[in-house]
Design a protein around this ligand. Structure first.
Ligand SMILES: [Zn+2]
Length: 89
């Protein structure tokens, strides 16, 4: 039996940093439910689980970079790209 993680996760719909939680449906399938925007995202494959794990930190990094760049999206995206290149090296 799969145990959902107790920690909250970023919501990929409204981008709230910790309002989304993994739950298990009545059909025993994992989904993310957001307490902020009310979205429910079903994760029906291993690929969907991987996307959630990989994208959530990147979304939060983009928001941080955007905030640090004073709202200039081009500078924020450049900063995230630079951090991804450093992480991949
Ligand atoms: Zn949300």
């Amino acid at each position: 039996m799969f145990d959902p993680p107790p920690n909250a996760a970023p919501c990929l719909c409204c981008l709230h940093p910790n309002a989304s939680r993994m739950k298990i449906s009545k059909l025993n399938r994992p989904y993310m439910a957001c307490g902020q925007c009310g979205s429910k995202t079903f994760l029906n494959s291993r690929e969907a689980l991987a996307g959630q794990a990989l994208l959530a930190p990147q979304v939060m990094a983009l928001l941080d970079a955007w905030r640090n760049a004073g709202g200039q999206i081009e500078a924020a995206i450049s900063g995230v790209e630079a951090r991804i290149k450093v992480a991949a090296a």
